[in-house]
Write a protein that binds this ligand. Sequence first.
Ligand code: KIV
Ligand code: ZN
Length: 522
Amino acid sequence: MSATESDAGMSADYVRIFDTTLRDGEQSPGCTMNVEEKVAIAQQLERLNVDIIEAGFAASSPGDFESVRRIAEALTNPTILSLSRTRDEDVDAALRAVERSKRPGIHIFIATSDIHMKYKLNMTREDVLDAATVAVRRAKQHLDYIEFSCEDASRSDWSFMAKVCSEVIRAGARIINLPDTTGHAIPSEYGEMFDYMRAHVEGAEKVIWSAHCHNDLGLAVANSLAAISHGARQVECTLNGIGERAGNTSMEEVVMALKTRRDLMKVDSRVNTRQIYPASRLLAQIIGQPVPANKPIVGDNAFAHEAGIHQDGVLKNKLTYEIMRPEDIGIPSNKLVLGKHSGRHAFVNRLRELGIDPATIDVQKAFAAFKELCDKKKVVYDDDILALANEERRTADAFEIVDLEVGSSSGTEPRARVSLRIEGQTHTAEATGDGMVDACYKAIYRIVGLTPALERYAVKAITGGTDALGEVSCMLRENGMTVAGQGAHSDIVMASALALVNALNRLKARRSSLETRPLGGP
Ligand code: KIV
Ligand code: ZN
């Protein structure tokens, strides 16, 4: 395995976009995805033209290993990395997982701050320096594209970190990442750290410097831009800014800041910004976490002008209040798309425009569901189509709803009768409850034999009207593990059942992957 200098674009002056939605992003509560879902996101990231995808942490679980391997096989253009600690078994698992990629790479990290070394690693500075160099040397025997990260860089001693970076560059690292792991940095100091490291590290001019910021103080994007102004040429980020705790640098925000303020920043990314909106919506659908309306770039209100003075200005000239064009982000100007007379061809085309590869879903079933929806609703919107496509991606799940019957009248307790398919067998249970959704949830819990805490339950009409497709998102917690689920249907009780079953499937998958999980996460 090897990647050439030009493969990695080491010499060109642009900002490499390193997407870690599938690794750091997936670590945030309720954001777990199954292999098929991760492949679908990775394919959309390829359409976005990101430079690097961190597909997972291969040694952390068989499920993660499989996701990295599948993504490495499926994609052509981006470099595919696996995260790895400095242990031999981590490095070997990462190398095996990416070996079929056209552009394989590895991302090795170890903490360099005194607090992490003392309390988390129980290692001395010399131990850390040695472990980092040995791991990079080991990986270098098999591939060329090696990124090295000093975890908790922003709280590390700069001169020690410079020593570690000089050694790993000598051992073969080609990208050096300085994470603000705890989201503690302020833009001016984060930028200064890059100046210091670029001035004091031996071989600094041979590598790409990378920023990786967390959003604990709401400064992740600002810190990433400061790093770029001080010489970083790679930003690590996630779609919708998902990630540990308060999240990571939001890809759409950093990419659009570079594009919109090119006059000041002087460099840009190579992202196809028209794929941003489909990517953001696809992720929101898959993880069941809606995009907040006021989220910059992709939120429903990002281009909505409410105040009369603003509306008047925009009608006269959009530039009065709009610094970006919605079409550059891929926001459809007309969300009304298809109706009952639309054919399969138009439906498949629309799926592609929305960033869904028809090969990743059962198009026949999705089209049949679309036709059924057209009979119930006069107009079908983009978000309805995304929801339908997402439902079809769930065929390989452990639990599947076969039938749902609910009943309620004044004076009687609401009741539900649910049938689920589990490993080819149909199981049925009945229950009564405080409402039809409660009764339905009780019947489902009875069948699967699980009673996780329901931490969140929210209903949203995806598009307007009483005939709208209802979208339910829920979050379950069991033994410290949190999973989200989502369901869409024109019947709200059915949408609720789909959301619960979706979350239970994730919980089951997560449990079995943890049963065989040999190592903890970063
Ligand atoms: O935040 C962090 O330090 C990380 C590293 C593993 C790169 O995610
Ligand atoms: Zn991180």
